[in-house]
Design a protein around this ligand. Structure first.
Ligand SMILES: [Zn+2]
Length: 194
């Protein structure tokens, strides 16, 4: 995206050393920016506390709110709640490198401001559970769409046992019946002879 979005900019250069706080209202625009449509109706409050020191910036990010995400099981959307805390350490250096797999990221020392969008986006998206399923209610029952789970339970729950017993189910049924008949006959003849 070529459009330079100012929404999540923190103009740190003009600030005194010390602590400064910022607030961002995060909605769909942030996720659109990264072409991510996993989250529906995202609504998060993000507080950023900047601790500015010479040549380094520490951002303490707190994100709280909700979004709707799709359930892996019934495919309906359910509300997922976020309550996240993450620190980002930035050093002013020769060039900008926002690689979050390192202890700190670097920002071109000539920069006047830093765009927090990527950091906020990453913190939210990385917190999403790998397995996304409707939560259970207070009685421990699934809150999945019952119309869908009725179908799923009927269709797929016997399938693990079907898979393991597939051979005996399809080919084995007749053989087993024959075996049973044989066994019954044996018993009959045994009873008959004794
Ligand atoms: Zn569900």
């Amino acid at each position: 995206m070529s459009k330079h979005d100012q929404t999540y900019q923190i103009p740190f250069a003009s600030l005194d050393n010390g602590q400064h706080s910022f607030h961002f209202q995060v909605g769909k625009d942030l996720f659109d920016r990264f072409e991510n449509d996993e989250l529906h109706k995202p609504d998060l409050n993000v507080d950023v506390l900047l601790d500015k020191q010479i040549n380094r910036l520490k951002f303490s990010i707190h994100a709280e709110g909700q979004a709707e995400i799709q359930c892996d099981r019934c495919l309906d959307y359910f509300t997922h709640y976020f309550n996240l805390d993450q620190n980002i350490f930035v050093r002013l250096a020769e060039e900008t490198n926002f690689n979050l797999n390192t202890d700190y990221v670097t920002l071109d020392r000539e920069s006047q401001s830093i765009d927090m969008a990527y950091f906020i986006y990453e913190i939210i998206v990385l917190s999403l559970p790998l397995k996304r399923v409707h939560p259970v209610d207070e009685n421990g029952n699934s809150t999945c769409n019952p119309e869908v789970t009725k179908y799923i339970d009927g269709e797929s729950e016997p399938s693990p046992s079907n898979e393991s017993e597939d051979e005996t189910e399809t080919h084995g049924n007749e053989a087993w019946k024959e075996e049973l008949i044989e066994l019954l006959n044996k018993n009959k003849s045994k009873n008959g002879t004794s």
